[in-house]
Ligand binder design. Structure first.
Ligand SMILES: Nc1ncnc2c1ncn2[C@@H]1O[C@H](COP(=O)(O)OP(=O)(O)OP(=O)(O)O)[C@@H](O)[C@H]1O
Length: 965
């Protein structure tokens, strides 16, 4: 506030008398020093003279500001003996646990770099500094920190990968794919794919620098109390996601983990913009090595059934996401794969086509054959109408007999178990006029038709991003009749090399796609659907190898170990060398460095110089590229040298590393299992995870029972945790007093809908903690999506979300990717062309710390819901996520920002287990919890007044695979 200050002449006296003296902007630049008199007796009369002609406007700093900003001087004024020492400052740890046990004490037991506030990550090559300010999230791969870049004057997000070779390897895939997408396919940043700015190795951690984004769509739904968003917002997001997906299709990249958590709001865009993140599971379309991909709720039928998959699986996930955006709840919240499939069949009123079931490797797990062999192929008539299939889905009992275990079945959320009815009967906003309702109905009809083209069982009939983007729901054209998509051209992908220079390992990349020396692998497999029409054309934007040889991750010191894998069209090789020279910093005689070096000369890869090594396998074809999508599991035990065939997509026998004859993992068997689990059974339920794992994991030729993991999980999941307590105490439950929307003649008759929240008691919470493993959807209740806030507006919600976030959009000057190319990074920004290659020298510590014992102890971390290796009790360390609810000006909620993965259904667990299911379009059927009631009745719908603390602060537990590090 501007104030009038005394004259200049009087100022010195005034300063002597009080620290509350007014300062001019100029004087504030001069360091203010409190005088000892400031703490003396207050003078009885002013000692300065008021002279009107010397009046000037000054800005007054508050007493608190001065005392705290200049605290050291204040202390000195109080006590001249006081000496400030930075070392004595208490550290604000951002990583949990914060005890350094690995990597010379830099890493915790989870191999995460221990971060404290203002920790500086530095790119050793460019000297660019990233000052860690907060942790944004946690994922399988490590931590994502919000960092300030002083050089640029802006924030970025830095993903700090765990210091383990498996994660390092896979993170390199993310770097390479994202680099390719950014540079080659989307140089102008128009396709809603996150921008990658930089990457480097710091204290043995690969650090990947991204543009800073905002809240993810799951958090957005959560902030909205799991009420769906309006169709106009769903349309807006759909359009943008489709842009991203069409880019991925052009680039022949499958994201493999599309879900609301991996779609983030941009921080500064108006209208709201979103971007797709997390390419850590992505793979090239012709390198579909893994059979267990996608988070369960968003898992496509072909992945579930073990059929060959393409970019079409992302379209399925996309369909699930848009449905969830509208409904506020997942469309197929399967507690197990069996449950997932049954939900799909029920809601869609169909089942996968016979041609898929005939070839899929898991068909017998879920279906029985009820027709004769000669009937095969008549599952679909020529006019497209389905005829009786020769396959019938197993009942629960039949499944149990076959698999010797009961399938996990989740709660049924929807009263109406078919897609059309679920959407049509979804509660309307209150106070809509008749005209609004008619419009809404029309939009819903278009939306249903849109969804039907996405969650289509037949991958060959499922719409492509291009086809979907022409749908009236997206274009906004009037919807009159079922949409007939334009004919989609298929493409012949032409191999072309893309090189990502200056890989942190030094030099050439391991392959991230095709290599010219791999023949016959650069064609996207076509589905053999009777209805699929292919018009082949040359692909304008061809893609190819991002590199050409295997990789390893290793200490620079001679005692390090080297890991690597590489493959070709028919085989994939993996190797491990316990004493291999550093793969990350070995220089060959040429300009390049070696990745994947083994002490065995036969396995050593010769690095070709950058200039001429595009797409060429480094050793004359002996070490063909590592396919994108490398799994942490691709490591072999010390000294071993394994080989397992890759095969083509869709051939899953020995194709997946999960089924390969790898002899073991340097991380230890449990570690390997944990890593495999990441790939195997993403979803929510820990039980389901174990179940899925045990049913299909083959390792060393044995059937993996999963029991050890199961035991580990269950025995470790009983730990109490204050956070959990908190989470449950703030969990909401609901009671829907009356709700229901009857669709009648196109117009809904909206019943009186209201609901309430209550905070669970701590006693209940304790129980819930103890039984965390038992928390399944069946125990959970729902928020009431029917109890709408008449004042609610999506736009307001989005505004709120974006309002408090530091912007990264201006970032860019000087940020660069690759070595010599100018790259646009983020909107409005250009990166400089200054090259940076990364020094990968391990300056600190000589030996990589991957001892079996360190990773072999499983425990359940109730903070995060992760199964993790622990060596000691984790710290109870609150963190306030940048995307946490506290950003909305609410009571900050304690947040352990470990990210989403959890072996339990944490999303569901956010609701109180005794609450009553809604009456509206949500079912209280056989799997629903019984009746319950809200205590402390609170209005549910009024967002502005909602106690945000009532929303559980827990991180997003969205996967069911065990976290193992
Ligand atoms: N660019 C970004 N800006 C803001 N937050 C981000 C950004 N990238 C990641 N995050 C946050 O960090 C979390 C983890 O990131 P990400 O999904 O990339 O990690 P991950 O280890 O690959 O996770 P997953 O376990 O899903 O594989 C995200 O959910 C998000 O909350």
């Amino acid at each position: 506030m501007d104030e009038v200050s005394p004259s200049n002449e009087a100022e010195p006296q005034a300063q002597d008398l009080s620290i509350d003296v007014k300062e001019s902007p100029q004087s504030s630049l001069v360091s203010w020093r409190p005088s000892p008199l400031a703490f003396g007796a207050y003078p009885s009369k002013p000692t300065y003279v008021y002279k009107p002609h010397n009046l000037r406007v000054v800005v007054k700093r508050s007493l608190v500001t001065r005392l705290t900003k200049d605290i050291v001087e204040t202390y000195n004024a109080c006590n001249p003996q006081f000496r400030y020492s930075e070392e004595l400052n208490p550290k604000r740890y951002l990583t949990s646990p914060s005890v350094g046990v690995l990597n010379d004490g830099y890493d915790n037991a989870n191999s995460d770099l221990i971060l404290i506030a203002n920790f500086i990550l530095a790119n050793p090559e460019t000297q660019r500094r990233y000052v860690v300010k907060d942790v944004l999230g946690h994922g399988t791969f490590g931590q994502v920190a919000k960092c300030w870049v002083p050089e640029i004057g802006n924030f970025v997000a830095v993903k700090i990968i765990k210091n383990q070779p498996a994660y390092y390897q896979q993170a390199l895939v993310e770097v390479s794919i994202l680099t390719m997408l950014n540079k080659k396919y989307d140089p102008e940043d128009k396709h809603h794919i996150v921008r990658i700015y930089d990457y480097f190795v710091y204290r043995r951690h690969l650090c990947i620098c991204f543009e800073l984004l905002g809240t993810n769509l799951y958090e957005l739904i959560k902030i909205n109390h799991f009420r769906g968003l309006s169709l106009s917002i769903v349309q807006l997001f759909s359009k943008q996601i489709l842009k991203g997906l069409s880019l991925l299709k052009d680039a022949a990249v499958i994201h493999c983990d599309l879900k609301p958590e991996n779609i983030l709001l941009c921080t500064s865009m108006k209208p709201a913009e979103i971007k797709i993140i997390d390419f850590g599971s992505a793979c090239m379309e012709d390198r579909t090595v893994y059979s267990y991909i996608q988070s369960r709720y968003y898992r496509s039928p072909e992945v579930l059934l073990g059929y060959q998959y393409t970019t079409a699986i992302d379209m399925w996930s996309f369909g699930c996401i848009v449905a969830e955006l509208f409904l506020g709840l997942p469309l197929f919240p399967g507690a197990s794969e069996f449950d997932l499939l049954h939900r799909m069949i029920k809601i869609l009123g169909e089942q996968p086509p016979d041609y898929v079931l005939k070839e899929a490797k898991n068909t017998s797990k879920f279906f029985k054959c009820v027709g004769s062999a000669h009937n095969s192929g008549i599952a679909e008539a020529s006019d497209g109408a389905s005829v009786k299939s020769i396959y019938e889905v197993l009942s629960e009992e039949e499944y149990e007999v076959r698999e010797l275990k009961k399938p996990n079945i989740g709660k049924e959320y929807f009263n109406h178990m078919n897609l059309d009815a679920i959407v049509k009967n979804y509660p309307y906003l209150k106070n809509l006029t008749n005209e609004d309702i008619i419009k809404e109905n029309q939009s819903r009809m278009a939306f249903i038709d849109f969804l039907r083209g996405l969650v289509e069982f037949d991958p060959a009939k499922r719409w492509s991003p291009f086809q979907a983007s022409r749908h009236p729901f997206v274009t906004g054209e009037p919807f009159k009749c079922p949409y007939k998509p334009p004919l989609e051209s298929s493409r012949l992908v032409v191999a072309q090399n893309i090189k990502v220079n200056h890989h942190p390992g030094g030099g050439h990349w391991f392959a991230a796609g095709l290599s010219p020396n791999i023949t016959g692998r650069n064609r996207i497999p076509q589905h053999s659907s009777p209805s699929f029409q292919v018009v082949s054309r040359a692909h304008a934007s061809s893609y190819g190898s991002l590199g050409s040889h295997g990789s390893s991750y290793n200490d620079g010191a001679g005692l390090g170990s080297s890991y690597g894998s590489y493959g070709d069209g028919g085989n994939m090789f993996a190797y491990y060398s316990p004493v291999g020279p550093s793969a990350m910093n070995l220089n060959t005689q040429g300009s390049g460095k070696i990745l994947g070096t083994s002490p065995d000369a036969r396995r050593r890869m010769v690095q070709l110089s950058h200039g001429n090594s595009l797409g060429v396998s480094p050793s004359g074809g002996s070490f063909p590229p590592l396919p994108l999508g490398t799994s942490p599991s691709q490591f072999t035990p010390p000294g071993s040298y394994s080989q397992f065939p890759i095969g083509s997509p869709g051939h899953y026998g020995p194709t997946s590393p999960a089924r390969g004859n790898i002899q073991g993992s340097p991380l230890g068997k449990p570690a390997f299992m944990g890593q495999m689990n990441r790939r195997k059974s993403r979803g929510y339920s820990g039980n389901a995870h174990v179940q899925e794992c045990s049913s299909s994991l083959l390792w060393q030729g044995h059937h993996m029972e999963g029991s050890s993991l199961s035991q580990a999980e269950s025995s470790s999941q009983t730990s109490n945790c204050p956070l959990h307590l908190h989470a449950h105490s703030t969990a909401m439950s609901r009671k829907q007093q009356s709700a229901g929307t009857v669709f009648h003649d196109g117009l809904p008759v909206t019943a009186n809908m209201c609901g309430s929240l209550r905070h669970g008691s701590s006693g209940e919470s304790c129980q819930a903690v103890g039984a965390v493993n038992d928390i399944t959807e069946a125990d959970l209740s729902l928020p009431d999506p029917g109890d709408w806030d008449p004042n609610y507006s999506d736009e307001l919600l989005l505004q709120e979300d974006a309002s408090d976030v530091s912007l990264a959009a201006e970032f860019g000057a000087g940020m660069h990717l690759g070595s010599s190319e100018s790259l646009r990074v983020g909107r409005n920004n250009h990166v400089s062309a200054a090259g940076y290659s990364l020094s990968t020298q391990r300056r600190l510590g000589a030996v990589q710390t991957f001892a079996d014992g360190e990773v072999g102890k499983l425990s359940y971390d109730p903070h995060s819901g992760h199964i993790r290796a622990t060596s000691e009790a984790s710290h109870f360390m609150p963190q306030y996520s940048y995307s946490s609810l506290s950003r909305l000006g609410q009571q900050p909620t304690q947040k352990f920002n470990h990210g989403r993965p959890t072996p339990t259904f944490t999303r569901g667990s956010e609701w109180h287990s005794t609450s009553q299911p809604p009456n509206s379009s949500f079912n209280s059927g056989p799997h629903s919890p019984g009746s319950g009631s809200f205590i402390n009745v609170m209005s549910w719908g009024h967002r502005a007044n909602d106690p945000i603390a009532g929303i559980p602060p827990t991180s997003r537990g969205r996967r069911d695979y065990g976290k193992f590090v």
